[in-house]
Design a protein around this ligand. Structure first.
Ligand SMILES: Cc1cc2nc3c(=O)[nH]c(=O)nc-3n(C[C@H](O)[C@H](O)[C@H](O)COP(=O)(O)OP(=O)(O)OC[C@H]3O[C@@H](n4cnc5c(N)ncnc54)[C@H](O)[C@@H]3O)c2cc1C
Length: 356
């Protein structure tokens, strides 16, 4: 049986960050397991880019974003010796009488969010389409997160810092016995003093006491060539943005073009029946083209698409919990379609929760 001080289950952004902070805490023998290979596309953390922002509907999330921007991301960038974010304006907008009203109220708790007029928004962001009755927030902390670079950089850093990465190793059960945990896996058992479980939906099977009920929703993303000058489409000029409409699923977002990939657009689907993992349905290209017609002020052609999963909790919250079975067993359920930006701070919280 392989023996460790700590084992992290799941090598998405939350598992990688948890392992990073365990090493930062000086834990010597750390293993990281994942049921798939290093750069798989069957979870929630793949793809080149993500949005980070402070604009949120709850002051607590606005504050958590500050902590991530001011402390956790810089710590990762310093350790990996490279920048993982590209600053660009952030613009968040929608009808103030709808859910966006909560964003406007939460924005009043900080100076990094500024309300601007529609006229100013249209002048600053001519490629985007704003509805006349939308309210608009400018987010001075927003950036594009280089998600692919972050994931690869963390894997490299962990290898270089004596962490054992076990790919194609599926955890099947977690047993608590005395002062040890035993993780039964498809590659044999692992014994450890502590464990952090960051396996997305499978957390509910491996340690149901560590998570609210979870379900999976599929997401479809389009990349577009837009009828505008290249420099208008890239970071620094084109924003990361989201329009928060009247219903939960009336939520659209986008990111600048980057490294040959066109402008990214998608709907943020947070409501719907569970769409268990497995084969992705065909991409609805017409829906993506319709989204471009609705939100872009210039013609656009769809050049590529991507499918991905959200693991949803009922409150869309970011959950980090200790098991009543053992203080040495911690679980992370922090996706709900917005967890990447919080990865470094959530990973740190999970690592700090363990009594070492
Ligand atoms: C299209 C899309 C766009 C997004 N945009 C943004 C954005 O702009 N900003 C933002 O902040 N967030 C965004 N998100 C959300 C964010 O990417 C996720 O919240 C985050 O990646 C979740 O990471 P995770 O580590 O919790 O889960 P995952 O990445 O799913 O990682 C879980 C890992 O556990 C492994 N695993 C599962 N079961 C087992 C098992 N039994 N044994 C071993 N390993 C197992 C899986 O293989 C997987 O690698 C987006 C998500 C999607 C899908």
């Amino acid at each position: 049986m392989t023996d460790y001080d700590a084992v992290v289950l799941g090598a998405g952004i939350h598992g990688l960050c948890a392992a990073f902070w365990l090493k930062q805490r000086g834990v010597a023998r750390v293993a990281l397991l994942d049921r798939f290979g290093a750069a798989h596309e069957s979870g929630s953390s793949h793809g080149a880019l993500r949005i980070t922002r402070s604009s949120y509907h709850e002051p607590a999330l606005v504050r958590l974003a500050q902590e991530a921007h001011a402390e956790a991301w810089p710590a990762l960038e310093q350790a990996l010796g490279t920048s993982l974010r590209i600053r660009t304006p952030g613009v968040f907008f929608g009808p103030p009488e709808g859910p966006f009203g909560a964003y406007l109220r939460a924005a009043k708790t900080t100076e990094v969010l500024q309300q601007i007029t529609i006229a100013d928004a249209r002048r600053h962001f001519p490629l985007l389409r704003f509805d006349d009755r939308d309210a608009v927030l400018l987010d001075h902390t927003a950036a594009m997160v280089l998600a692919g670079k972050t994931m690869a950089g963390l894997r490299e850093w962990l290898c270089a810092n004596h962490t054992d990465l076990h790919w194609h190793c599926a955890a099947e059960r977690i047993d608590v016995g005395g002062d040890r945990l035993t993780i039964a896996t498809s590659n044999g058992p692992f014994s450890c003093r502590s464990a952090i479980v960051a396996t997305g939906l499978d957390l509910a099977r491996l340690a149901p006491e560590l998570t609210p009920p979870l379900h999976v929703l599929r997401q479809q993303v389009g990349y577009f060539d837009v009828a505008a000058a290249a420099e208008q489409q890239t970071a620094g000029t084109f924003p990361v943005w989201a329009r928060i409409g009247r219903t939960a699923n009336d939520f659209q977002y986008g990111l600048p073009a980057h490294e040959g990939q066109g402008i990214k657009l998608a709907q943020h689907r947070t409501e719907g029946a569970c769409e268990a993992a497995g084969d992705a349905p065909p991409i609805d290209r017409e829906a993506l083209l319709q989204l471009a017609r609705e939100r872009l002020a210039v013609p656009a052609s769809l050049t590529s698409t991507e499918s991905c999963l959200y693991t949803m909790s009922p409150d869309h919250g970011l959950h980090v919990r200790t098991s009543p079975r053992s203080a040495h067993l911690v679980g992370i359920a922090a996706c709900s379609g917005h967890g990447f930006k919080f990865g470094p701070v959530i990973g740190r919280r999970a690592a700090m929760l363990l009594p070492l």
